[in-house]
Write a protein that binds this ligand. Structure first.
Ligand code: ZN
Length: 126
């Protein structure tokens, strides 16, 4: 937050802005570039994000969510329709890939927004 410009957004609002890929501070600039790389600074408000490290949280969140979507769907389809194996080998890896590509940047934005809102340094080097 740049001192004296606006009140800091709430933790929920900052996390939501990160979730949709926007700057947690102002909501106007982009948070990520090149799919998963945080921008060094927001183009709209100048807030720095290049130092924040989300580490393994976004992949773990993505695995948790995708797993809870794909596995029950796979089991339901198998019990209801009993499709041949080639159908399973076509549908489920493709669905997993698509969901992962959709959710991973959103999870990373959410974690970065949450980190930023807590004031965490985001780096072990201080
Ligand atoms: Zn901004």
């Amino acid at each position: 937050m740049i001192a004296g410009t606006e009140a800091a957004p709430s933790r929920v609002l900052a996390s939501f802005r990160g979730l949709i890929g926007c700057c947690p501070n102002c909501g106007r600039g982009r948070l990520l570039r090149n799919f998963l790389k945080p921008v060094d600074q927001c183009s709209a408000c100048g807030e720095a994000y290049g130092h924040l490290r989300a580490d393994d949280a976004p992949p773990w969140m993505t695995i948790l969510i995708v797993g809870h979507i794909v596995i029950p769907a796979l089991l339901a389809v198998e019990q209801s329709y009993e499709p041949p194996t080639w159908v399973h080998l076509t549908i489920w890896p493709l669905l997993t890939l698509v969901l992962t590509l959709i959710l991973l940047p959103r999870c990373k934005g959410l974690v970065l927004g949450l980190l930023w809102s807590t004031g965490a340094p985001g780096s072990e080097r201080g």
